[in-house]
Design a protein around this ligand. Structure first.
Ligand code: FES
Length: 90
């Protein structure tokens, strides 16, 4: 799984760093509970402005992309839930 967190200025202002920190914490938790989670492919990237905030008056930041799924107005809670659902062993 690939998680991209936009750390362009708009997304940073609206909390992207907090989301990144939470993902790092979550990775530690997952790594200590390998009986219940798969982590081999959890790759996290901080990326420059993805361009979605340009030319719109709508509030869309922070932006996170999990695999091909775009998440606007991302919160730590939403991102954590989506990651956990994907890495939890069935
Ligand atoms: S700063 Fe994140 S989409 Fe532009």
């Amino acid at each position: 799984m690939n998680v991209k967190v936009c750390v362009g200025s708009n997304c940073t202002l609206l909390g992207a760093m907090g989301i990144l920190d939470q993902i790092e914490d979550l990775k530690d938790i997952i790594n200590e509970d390998l009986d219940n989670y798969n982590v081999e492919e959890l790759e996290v990237e901080a990326v420059k402005c993805l361009g979605f905030c340009k030319g719109t008056n709508k509030k869309i930041s922070p932006v996170v992309v999990i695999d091909d799924e775009l998440i606007f107005n991302a919160t730590s809670q939403i991102v954590m839930e989506k990651i956990i659902n994907k890495v939890r062993k069935k």
